[in-house]
Design a protein around this ligand. Structure first.
Ligand code: DON
Length: 560
């Protein structure tokens, strides 16, 4: 449960990993100790999460890895899934044009072509230290899969809560539900098929996943069950490098991912819209601040729906959307006393300058290289499908496309034409792995899962530190709120503000709702969201200060 008082961050002088699972964080730190850099550790941590945190850690999904090297170079490894060649813009609709429930979220049709293995391999090849081999980075994950690890009460409960989804697929039932008997806390969870897949990746290299035995197994299982991913789709999959977005907020430099994630654009838009206001003076949970942030969020999410999509397929006016003059105009109708109804809010007109469940982890090494990674299967345990014989759980990322304009997705997001399904296209994401610099040195590494709330969760970590001088733990723990244009409501976590402040907000015209944001979350009591695994580097002492997010009971910071 988020705390208001300060928890002491984990502090260490050299390297640090903050992730959703203790075993994965430790593997990342071991890698740093062996001479690996932050990128090597990010790869090893990500591979380990695919074994110990299967709700989101994955080989069968995709994501974004943002890298900022100590020498100042930055890059974004985009390993987002792609729509298979046979995908069509109406594939999730019936003959009458109605969106078919669950088709984009459950089962074989829901999966895009997985990008994780290609992304990690590209990062390691180009930005790894060169001291650790690919096989060495895979080895700890393989061992965990082969020897198993002890099922915690939390993991047992998590699997139990997802038994409806996983139980729809025979292979997932066998692997994750113990053949239907379910796992209990204290059991050993061994994944021999996944261990064998990891062994093949070690011996034959990362392309094995796309062109070898693993590809064959995935494609055959897909074909046998009405899925669309074929061997050619796997063979032609490539992770790509993109230039990250660089913005600024009150003198800090903010580095974030470009499309096909909407995260960087939306985060920088919101920061740009709130920057002219004295947020520190407003106070953390005041009506004035909540109103200002909500109105900025509303406008950014409105633009997201209109303009954002895969830049290889649609023209995204990124520069125009981030232009300070544009952001000023976007806030021209901001009324400090009144909410702008979403229904009457048009998309902005930027100049066209240029063409359920996720996990985030942050890594910093002793040399000051930083890696910020968010990757996902989309929903908890993705599509629920484990490709037979591989131990690889497949994503349901196709739901991030617009199934039909005007119809909401899993996260209640209203999306637009620019994000329509097309063969080879990447679905629009909200993932926002972020690195903030102070005086040109790495200062804060952060990000989160949470669908659209990723953007606002990341926003709060950044602004809580910069505007309210919170420690990294306070910034992560503080209650969050969220507005995404549609539905026109402010969602909030427990203890977000006082009743009298809420009355002030209602008087301005806001609708406030404490509801959970993941409609597919089997935990009905889940009224918290996000998992912002963050690291701050103290500019004075250079100590790495890590904050795990207490909303995820197994999240852990490890350092040395
Ligand atoms: O890329 C996206 O925006 C979504 N697939 C992320 C899903 C997510 O964060 C689920 N986590 N709770």
């Amino acid at each position: 449960m988020p705390l208001q008082a300060q928890r002491r961050p984990v502090e260490s002088p050299n390297g640090m990993v903050a992730s959703a699972h203790a075993l994965a964080s430790q593997i990342g730190v071991d890698c740093l100790r062996q001479g690996g850099n932050a990128v090597d550790a990010a790869v090893a941590t990500g591979l380990a999460l695919s074994v110990v945190y299967p709700r989101a850690g994955n080989l069968g999904g995709g994501g974004f890895l943002l890298i900022r090297l100590a020498d100042g170079r930055t890059t974004l490894i985009d390993f987002r899934e792609t729509a298979p060649a046979a995908a069509t813009r109406t594939m999730f609709q019936d003959a009458q044009g109605n969106v078919v429930a669950d088709r984009s979220t459950v089962g074989y049709l829901a999966s895009g072509v997985p990008g994780t293995v290609a992304g990690f391999a590209l990062a390691w090849e180009k930005y790894g230290s060169g001291k650790l081999s690919w096989s060495q980075l895979v080895e700890p994950a393989r061992q965990l899969a082969e020897k198993g690890f002890v099922v915690s009460p939390y993991f047992a409960q998590d699997l139990r809560a997802s038994r409806d989804l996983l139980g729809k697929n025979a292979e997932s039932t066998r692997v994750y539900l113990n053949g239907g008997k379910l796992f209990a806390a204290g059991d050993r969870f061994v994944q021999p098929d996944l261990a064998a897949t990891l062994r093949r990746l070690q011996e034959r290299g990362s392309r094995e996943f796309y062109e070898g035995e693993t590809a064959r197994l995935i494609a055959e299982d897909m074909q046998a069950h009405g899925g669309l991913v074929r061997r050619d789709d796997l063979k032609s999959y490539r992770a790509v490098e993109r230039a990250p977005l660089h913005g600024s907020y009150r003198g800090f430099e903010v580095i974030a991912p470009p499309p096909p994630s909407s995260g960087g654009v939306a985060l920088l838009q919101i920061l740009g819209m709130i920057e002219p206001y004295d947020v520190a003076a407003m106070g953390t949970n005041s009506a004035a601040k909540i109103h200002l942030f909500t109105e900025a969020m509303r406008r950014a999410f409105r633009d997201r729906a209109e303009y954002l999509g895969d830049p290889d397929f649609v023209r995204v006016p990124v520069a125009g959307l981030l232009e300070p003059k544009y952001l000023k105009t976007r806030m021209a109708d901001f009324d400090p006393e009144k909410a702008t109804p979403s229904a009457s809010l048009p998309a902005g007109s930027p100049l066209s300058g240029e063409s359920h469940e996720t996990t985030h982890y942050s890594v910093v090494d002793a040399a000051g290289n930083a890696a910020s990674c968010t990757y996902t299967l989309n929903g908890l345990y993705g599509s629920g499908v484990t490709a037979a014989g591989t131990g690889v759980l497949l994503n349901n990322e196709m739901d991030d496309f617009t199934a039909k304009v005007g119809v909401k997705n899993l996260y209640g997001l209203m999306q637009g034409e620019s994000n329509a399904v097309a063969p080879g296209k990447r679905p629009l994401s909200s993932m926002t792995p972020t690195i903030v610099l102070k005086n040109h040195a790495p200062f804060l590494v952060t990000g989160s899962p949470g669908g659209p709330t990723i953007i606002t969760t990341t926003l709060f970590v950044v602004t809580n530190v910069i505007d309210h001088s919170m420690s990294v733990t306070q910034a992560v723990d503080a209650p969050r709120f969220h507005h995404q244009w549609q539905p026109d409501v402010v969602n909030y976590e427990p203890f977000f503000t006082s009743q009298d402040t809420m009355a002030l907000l209602r008087a301005k015209g806001h609708v406030l709702q404490p509801r959970k944001l993941y409609p597919n979350d089997p935990d009905a009591a889940a009224r918290y969201w996000g998992d912002a695994e963050s690291i701050l580097i103290d500019p004075k002492t250079q100590l790495r200060q890590g904050a795990n997010d207490p909303r995820n009971p197994e999240s852990t910071v490890a350092g040395y």
